[in-house]
Design a protein around this ligand. Sequence first.
Ligand SMILES: [Zn+2]
Length: 136
Amino acid sequence: MNYDEEEQPEEEGGEEIQASVAELAQAPVPNAIRGIRACKRCGLLKTLDQFINEGCENCPFLDMVDNHERTSMCTTAFYEGHAAVMDPRESWVAKWIRVDNNLPGVYAISVTGQFDRDTEEDLENRGYRWRCKPSA
Ligand SMILES: [Zn+2]
């Protein structure tokens, strides 16, 4: 009997899995438990420092990088729940919380807050929607 042939490792799908793992490794995730804020537009969760250093990967037009004031304004600590979304286009959770066009990451389930009028107008003009809602 020739066992060698039967024990060939199955390679099918291996590359695909590795590619998605590599993509996941790039996903921005909060690097601390405390001080986490949600992007008011997309609900991405990161620390204030991460938002200041990197901005929001989904919303570069919010101009948060190196701008403490903008970052404070465009993110909020008032959010509820969180969902790690690995494949936004395939995930029903991503569709449910309306982040299916965004990058993989950790997202708030709901975000409470409001943009100032200028930013709202800017987003409207660009045809972007946002997730934060003023508290009732
Ligand atoms: Zn965002």
